[in-house]
Write a protein that binds this ligand. Structure first.
Ligand SMILES: Nc1nc2c(ncn2[C@@H]2O[C@H](COP(=O)(O)OP(=O)(O)O)[C@@H](O)[C@H]2O)c(=O)[nH]1
Ligand SMILES: [Mg+2]
Length: 691
C-alpha cells in the first residue's frame, strides 16, 4: 500500500443497532474499491470484517475491525463496530479514534435502541456524522419513514438529505446525488441524468441542501439571502462547514448486499468528513500540563493504543492511532503509561485480519503493530524526551457478574492469567477474587459478552471455564450478649485431652473482632490463650449459621479448667471453637446482606414498570429525578435481589435503561428470607461434603 499523508486520510466509524447492515456495507465498499475481488456475505461467513470464529458462528460483529480502503487517492479507515449493546466498549474505543461516524438506520426497522445509544456516544466524542438509510432494497423499505425516524434522534440538529433513492424495495436501483444533480445507479460509478419522474422531488431536496449550505458560511448566507445563486463549489464548501459544526447531519441511502450507493457514499465521505488535519487537534497531558498537539508529522510523537488482541497464531496485535508526528516501522518509542521502552516492528494497515505492511503511519493514521511487549488498551506511546498522555475514554461499568470455575486442574492454574489477558484486551471486562465467598468473579456488560469471553478463553488460550451465579457475600453476626461453656475431654489409650472454656460474647459495632482474657485466678494458663483464640478465629472464617464470615463480635474468655497432664494447646483450640459456636447461637445470631445503592436511568415512559419491578426486589426508593425525558430512580436494593438486573432492566425497558450500582452497607436479612438462605446454603454444604 502506498503512503498516505494526513490530508488524504479519513477515519470513519460505522455505528448502529446490530443488523442495520454495517458489515455488509463495509464489504460492498471494499469490493467497490477493489480491495477484495469477491463480495463476502454474512450468511456465508466470509466477510472481511467479521473474521473471528465467534463472529462467523453467530453471524454478527463482536469487535471493531479496521477496513482500510483506497479510493480516489485517499485512504479511508473504516472502523466496523458491533451493534449489540453488550459490546458497546468496542464502539467507544472506535469512536475515540474516529474523526467522523456513519450512523446506519435500517430502512424497515428505523431507529432502534442501539442507534440511540451510539448517537449518544457520537455526541460524547463530538463527531460529525452522516445518517445512512441502509438496506433500501428490503421488502417494505421506506426512505421517508426511516428519515422521519432518524429526525427523532436529535432535536438540536437539522437532517438534510444529500441523496434520494431511485426506487425503493426491490425497485431500488441507485441514488440521486444532490450535489452533482445526477443519477448514480448501482454502485454509482457513473453519473446519468435524473429520471424525469424524480426531477421535481430532486429540485426540492436540492433547495434544502443549498439553504443548509448557506447557513454554514456567513458570506454565502448573505449572497443567498440577496437572491444570488450559489455555485456547486460554494454549496459544497458551505455544507461541509455546516456538517463539521455539528448542526447539520447529511442523510444518504445505500444497500450493502445489493451493492448500491457505494461510490456516492465514499464521495460524500471524502468531501464532507474531516481529514485528521481538519479535525479538532488532540489534547494530551505533558510534563508541563496540557498540550494541544498539531495533527502533523512535525508535532511531538503521540500514539494512542485503542485496542489490543491476542491470538494463538498471530500473537499479540496492538491497534494504534497516531495523533501527532509520524510513526515508522522498526523504531523504538516510550510507553508513557507503563513506563517502558517499546520496540516497534513492522507497521500495518489492516483489512479485517489481513495485515498490509507499511513503512510509516503519518499523523492521524490508524494501523497495527505485532508483538509489542507491555502495551495495553488506553496506553500512550511517545518519545521518552517528550512524555505525553492522551486521555482514555470513560467506559460503562461492567455490572453483569458471574462466578467462574476452571473445568480441570490444568485450567485452574491458568485461570488467573487468562482472565487478566481478557480484561487487558477489553476495558469493559473485569475480574477479581471475592474473599467472602471464595469465588472468582468475572464481570462484563451482559450475558452475551461473558459468553464470548469464556469462549475466547477456550479457543484462544485453551483454558476451559464454567460459569455459575455468584454467591451473595452474606455475613454473620450477633445482636445481643451470649455465653457458653464447653468441656473437651478425650481418653485414647495413654495420653488424654482435656480443656474447659467459658466464654461470653457481645456485639462490637465498630470493630470486626476483639479477643480478651478475663480469667481470674489462673483457672486457665495464659499460655493456652493463643490456642483458644485460634479456635475462635477458625469459626470467624467458616461461620456458624450458614458458612459465611462472622464479624463485629467481642469475645471474652471468663473461666475454665485445665488438667496438669492432659491439657494441651490442641485441646483448648477445640474447646475455644466449640464454646464460641455455642455462645454465638445464644446471642441472637443474624445474617447480614450487602445492600447496594442503585441508580436506574430510564425513559420517563418506563417509570411505572421499573418501579413495579423494584417493588418485587425489596428495594427502598430514595429519589426520582426527571431531566429531559430521562428519569433516574435512586434506590437501595439488597444485592441478592439484583444479581441479574442487567438482563432484567433491558427487557423491562426494551434496552433503553441503564444503571449503576455501588456497595452501600450490610444490613440484617429479614428472618423469613434468612431461613431460606440458610436452608439453601446448608443443602449446598451437605452436597459438597458428600462429594
Ligand atoms: N436486503 C438487504 N439485506 C442486508 C443488507 N445489508 C445487510 N443485510 C442483511 O442484514 C443482516 C445484517 O447485516 P450486517 O451487515 O451483519 O449488519 P450489522 O450488524 O450492522 O453489521 C445480514 O443478514 C445481511 O445479509 C442490504 O443492503 N439489503
Ligand atoms: Mg456487523
Amino acid at each position: 500500500m502506498k503512503e498516505y499523508s494526513t490530508e488524504s486520510l479519513r477515519n470513519v466509524a460505522l455505528v448502529s443497532h446490530g443488523g442495520a447492515g454495517k458489515t455488509s456495507l463495509a464489504e460492498a465498499l471494499l469490493f467497490l474499491t477493489g480491495a477484495v475481488n469477491r463480495l463476502g456475505k454474512i450468511e456465508e461467513g466470509n466477510t472481511v470484517s467479521d473474521f473471528e470464529d465467534e463472529e462467523i458462528r453467530r453471524k454478527l460483529s463482536l469487535s471493531t475491525a479496521i477496513l482500510s480502503l483506497e479510493y480516489k487517492d485517499r485512504k479511508v479507515n473504516l472502523l466496523d463496530t458491533p451493534g449489540y449493546t453488550d459490546f458497546v466498549g468496542e464502539v467507544i474505543s472506535a469512536l475515540r479514534v474516529a474523526d467522523g461516524a456513519l450512523v446506519l438506520v435500517d430502512s424497515v426497522a428505523g431507529v432502534e435502541v442501539g442507534t440511540e445509544i451510539v448517537w449518544h456516544y457520537c455526541d460524547v466524542f463530538k463527531l460529525p456524522r452522516f445518517v445512512v438509510i441502509a438496506k433500501m432494497d428490503r421488502e417494505s423499505a421506506s426512505f421517508q419513514r426511516a428519515l422521519d425516524a432518524a429526525r427523532q434522534l436529535s432535536g438540536d440538529v437539522t437532517f438534510v438529505p444529500i441523496q434520494l433513492p431511485i426506487g425503493e424495495k426491490h425497485e431500488y436501483k441507485g441514488v440521486i446525488d444532490l450535489f452533482t444533480m445526477t443519477a448514480r445507479s448501482g454502485a454509482g460509478d457513473q453519473q446519468d441524468p435524473i429520471p424525469a419522474d424524480l426531477q421535481a422531488e430532486a429540485d426540492a431536496a436540492r433547495l434544502r441542501l443549498v439553504e443548509a449550505a448557506a447557513e454554514g458560511d456567513d458570506s454565502l448566507l448573505e449572497k443567498y439571502l440577496n437572491g444570488e445563486a450559489l455555485g456547486d463549489d460554494e454549496v459544497l464548501r458551505g455544507f461541509r462547514a455546516a456538517v463539521r459544526s455539528g448542526r447539520f447531519v447529511p442523510v444518504l441511502t445505500a444497500a450493502g448486499t445489493a451493492g448500491i450507493g457505494g461510490a456516492p457514499l465514499l464521495d460524500a465521505v471524502l468531501n464532507l468528513m474531516p481529514s485528521p488535519a481538519e479535525a479538532p487537534p488532540a489534547a494530551a497531558v505533558g510534563g508541563k500540563g496540557e498540550e494541544t498537539l498539531p495533527t502533523s508529522d512535525s508535532g511531538p510523537l503521540a500514539v494512542y493504543v485503542w485496542k489490543t488482541t491476542a491470538d494463538p497464531f498471530v500473537g499479540k496485535l496492538t491497534y494504534l492511532r497516531v495523533y501527532s508526528s509520524a510513526l515508522h516501522s522498526d523504531s523504538r518509542l516510550w510507553n508513557q503509561t507503563k513506563g517502558n521502552e517499546e520496540r516497534i516492528g513492522t507497521l500495518h494497515a489492516m483489512r479485517g485480519k489481513e495485515q498490509i505492511p507499511v513503512k510509516v503511519l503519518h499523523a492521524g493514521d490508524i494501523g497495527t503493530v505485532a508483538k509489542l511487549g507491555a502495551a495495553g488498551t488506553g496506553d500512550t506511546l511517545c518519545e521518552k524526551a517528550h512524555p505525553l498522555t492522551l486521555p482514555v475514554p470513560t467506559y460503562p461499568n461492567a455490572l453483569y457478574a458471574v462466578a467462574v470455575l476452571p473445568k480441570t486442574q490444568a485450567d485452574s492454574t491458568k485461570m488467573g492469567t487468562v482472565l487478566s489477558r481478557l480484561s487487558e484486551e477489553d476495558p469493559t471486562i473485569a475480574w477479581r477474587q471475592e474473599p467472602t465467598t471464595s469465588q472468582t468473579i468475572l464481570q462484563g456488560m451482559g450475558d452475551q459478552h461473558i459468553d464470548v469471553a469464556i469462549r475466547r478463553a477456550e479457543s484462544k488460550f485453551q483454558v476451559g471455564l464454567q460459569t455459575e451465579t455468584p454467591r451473595v457475600p452474606y455475613r454473620e453476626t450477633i445482636t445481643k450478649p451470649g455465653q457458653a461453656m464447653y468441656r473437651h475431654k478425650k481418653q485414647t489409650g495413654g495420653a488424654g485431652q482435656f480443656a474447659e472454656v467459658h466464654m461470653a460474647i457481645e456485639p462490637l459495632p465498630d470493630e470486626d473482632f476483639s479477643f480478651e482474657n478475663k480469667v481470674f485466678g489462673g483457672a486457665i494458663s495464659n499460655s493456652f490463650m493463643p490456642a483458644i483464640e485460634k479456635g475462635v478465629r477458625g469459626v470467624l472464617k467458616s461461620g456458624v449459621l450458614a458458612g459465611y464470615p462472622v464479624g463485629n463480635i467481642r469475645v471474652m474468655v471468663t473461666d475454665g479448667k485445665e488438667h496438669p497432664v492432659d491439657s494441651k494447646a490442641v485441646a483448648f483450640e477445640v474447646a475455644g471453637r466449640e464454646s464460641f459456636k455455642l455462645a454465638f447461637r445464644e446471642a441472637g445470631p443474624v445474617l447480614l446482606e450487602p445492600i447496594m445503592t442503585v441508580r436506574v436511568t430510564i425513559p420517563e415512559a418506563s417509570l411505572g414498570d421499573v418501579m413495579g419491578d423494584l417493588n418485587t426486589r425489596r428495594a427502598r426508593v430514595q429519589g426520582i429525578d426527571t431531566e429531559r425525558g430521562r428519569t433516574t430512580v435512586t434506590a437501595q436494593v439488597p444485592h441478592a435481589e439484583i444479581l441479574r438486573y442487567t438482563s432484567d432492566l433491558r427487557s423491562i425497558t426494551g434496552g433503553r435503561g441503564v444503571f449503576t450500582m455501588d456497595y452501600s452497607h450490610h444490613e440484617v436479612v429479614p428472618a423469613h428470607t434468612a431461613e431460606q438462605v440458610i436452608a439453601a446454603r446448608q443443602k449446598e454444604i451437605g452436597k459438597q461434603e458428600a462429594e
